[in-house]
Write a protein that binds this ligand. Structure first.
Ligand code: G4P
Length: 533
């Protein structure tokens, strides 16, 4: 794979440029085929001539988001990357999300920058318990969802069973956009429900090149596929009878999802998914500001910082803030204001970041993601603007469910210990909670899952030279509260109150039961599940 070239200078207006962009994320369970599908999207958009690096990916340091040591060792994707490629004169920005539920908060941040998500499911496994959380996060954002049922070349759920499964597990209305011909394991092609045509695929060696495809009208397809066609046609009749067509409104609000069947490894259905991204995924629209107004895309420049990542590239030891352009045109070197601090911020060191390769960005448009290097002043949730002040709402984060006390193993590295923790909290790697907002020798790390703590420990050691130990705690539930609530909570023996690194107050309980009991006794106390960054 090669790094994407700098964005081609378009001569159109901002509105025209925005209209030719699609910014989306793929969310899936590890092993469902996200890397394979990503690579095949690049193959089908002519970005790469041959696919086939996926098998070797764990040994290769610089593919997609495998840039951190820990990712390489564990073979999981912890951080996110952005891939930009063009297909039929449309610029596709693919935002990667980590597949593990412990990193759901990272997914939530990435989804704040995406206009659409592809929900990738394994045909045999469907929505897996471990990743249900990620899909719920996507559902909660109400963004349009396109479902791709992968690995249909192997035995798995029947298509009708899969639709039922999606509906019952996610409470989402699935509407088949394509329909597979041939049982799972004997997959021959798909019927495009919009046209009624049959796309017949043929395998290529290791799926390294595009699958030859043949487009047949219904009569010819029936003749060619015999019983397999008849079975698919019968199932489709059942679907038509049930009136299952996708309403625009359902899709736009993430209540319904078009479902595509395919096999990324053998390239079946990849081209149709790519076309769907162009036709169905929305182009960047005006974004809602905190004032509740839709900020149009074709005004002056504004952007939202949705991710901050330090030391992505150990050679540089720097800090990259990823911002999504929300309106106007970004030009390298432009002067902006950071709404949170009111201070000027010059966008001089702006890049597209692809693994550990960087390409200078000279201009970008709504929907694009730009990595700002050495952005010490930028935090997740910051709005930058070039003209009239704009503020986009803070990015929600999830209430933590795992808590450990962290202790510094080397008193001589006291400063590094605290600086490291602050930095990890700012990036959103973990929540940092303290008994005293100014000094706590052994603060509490909180998160959605223990893998977050592993990352924190690893980074404290690798980047700050600090060896820490973690001790379990009894807390399992956290809610945001306020000063009045904190006074009531502190007087009760069922809860504790700690300060989050942003100054907000967190109430901690040992169980949901204790939380419910406290809430019943003190219904007026603020206990908010959603936090923000
Ligand atoms: P991930 O990024 O979501 O974790 O998944 P990845 O693409 O790495 O795919 C996980 C495994 O599933 C890989 O097998 C990959 O080849 C396989 N796979 C992906 N798409 C399909 C598909 O459509 N059909 C089938 N049958 N398999 C698929 P692996 O054994 O881990 O690696 P490899 O040696 O096959 O490359």
């Amino acid at each position: 794979m090669t790094a994407p070239s700098a964005i081609a200078a378009g001569d159109g207006t901002v509105a025209t440029q925005a209209a030719r962009r699609r910014t989306f994320a793929i969310i899936s369970h590890p092993d469902a085929g996200k890397t394979t599908l990503t690579e095949k999207l690049l193959l089908y958009s002519d970005q790469i001539a041959r696919a086939g690096s996926v098998g070797a990916r764990r040994d290769r340091p610089s593919t997609t988001s495998d840039w951190m040591d820990i990712e390489r060792r564990r073979g999981i994707s912890v951080t996110s990357t952005v891939l930009r490629f063009e297909y039929r004169d449309t610029v596709l920005n693919l935002l990667d999300t980590p597949g593990h539920k412990d990193f759901s908060e990272d997914t939530l941040r990435v989804l704040a920058a995406a206009d659409c998500a592809v929900m990738l499911l394994d045909a045999a496994k469907g929505v897996e318990a471990q990743t249900l959380r990620l899909f719920e996060v996507a559902r909660a954002r109400n963004i349009p969802l396109i479902t791709f049922v992968n690995k249909y070349d192997r035995p798995g759920m029947e298509p009708l069973e899969m639709l039922d499964h999606i509906e019952s597990v996610l409470g989402l209305t699935p509407v088949a956009a394509t329909w597979p011909v041939g049982l799972p394991g004997d997959f021959r092609g798909v019927i495009d429900r919009a046209t009624g045509d049959y796309w017949r695929f043929e395998r290529t060696a290791h799926g390294a090149t595009r699958a030859p495809e043949e487009r047949l009208a219904a009569a010819a397809a029936r003749e060619r596929e015999g019983d397999a066609w008849a079975a698919a046609a019968e199932e489709l009749e059942l679907l038509e009878g049930a009136g299952a067509t996708l309403q625009d409104e359902q899709f736009a609000t993430g209540q319904g999802t078009p479902v595509f069947f395919g096999s990324a490894v053998s390239n079946f259905g990849v081209g149709l998914l790519l076309d769907a991204l162009l036709e169905l995924a929305p182009a960047p629209q005006g974004r809602l500001t905190v004032a509740g107004e839709q900020h149009p895309v074709d005004t002056a420049f504004s952007a939202l910082v949705f991710k901050v990542q330090a030391n992505m590239d150990p050679r540089h030891r720097d800090r990259v803030a990823f911002m999504r352009v929300c309106s106007g045109q970004f030009e390298r070197g432009m002067r902006t204001t950071n709404q949170r601090t009111g201070r000027p911020f010059a966008l001089t060191h702006a890049h597209t970041v692809f693994g550990d390769e960087r390409t200078v960005v000279d201009e970008a448009f709504p929907g694009d993601v730009v990595g700002v290097i050495n952005a010490g002043d930028l935090r997740v949730g910051d709005t930058l603007y070039s003209d009239a002040p704009v503020q986009y709402p803070a990015i929600p984060t999830l209430a933590p469910e795992h808590f450990v006390t962290v202790r510094n193993g080397d008193v001589t590295r006291h400063k590094q210990f605290h600086r490291g923790l602050e930095q990890l909290a700012e990036e959103g790697v973990v929540h940092l909670l303290r008994r005293d907002p100014t000094a706590d020798p052994s603060p509490v790390l909180a998160g959605i899952g223990p893998l977050q703590f592993d990352v924190a420990v690893d980074r404290l050691r690798g980047e700050f030279g600090v060896k820490v130990s973690l001790q379990p705690t009894n807390w399992t539930v956290a809610r945001r509260t306020d000063a009045e609530g904190a006074a009531v909570l502190r007087a009760s023996s069922h809860a504790d109150v700690l300060y989050r690194s942003d100054g907000s107050l967190m109430a901690l309980f040992t169980s949901e039961f204790m939380l419910d009991r406290f809430h019943r006794q003190h219904p007026a106390v603020t206990l908010d599940r959603m936090l923000t960054r």
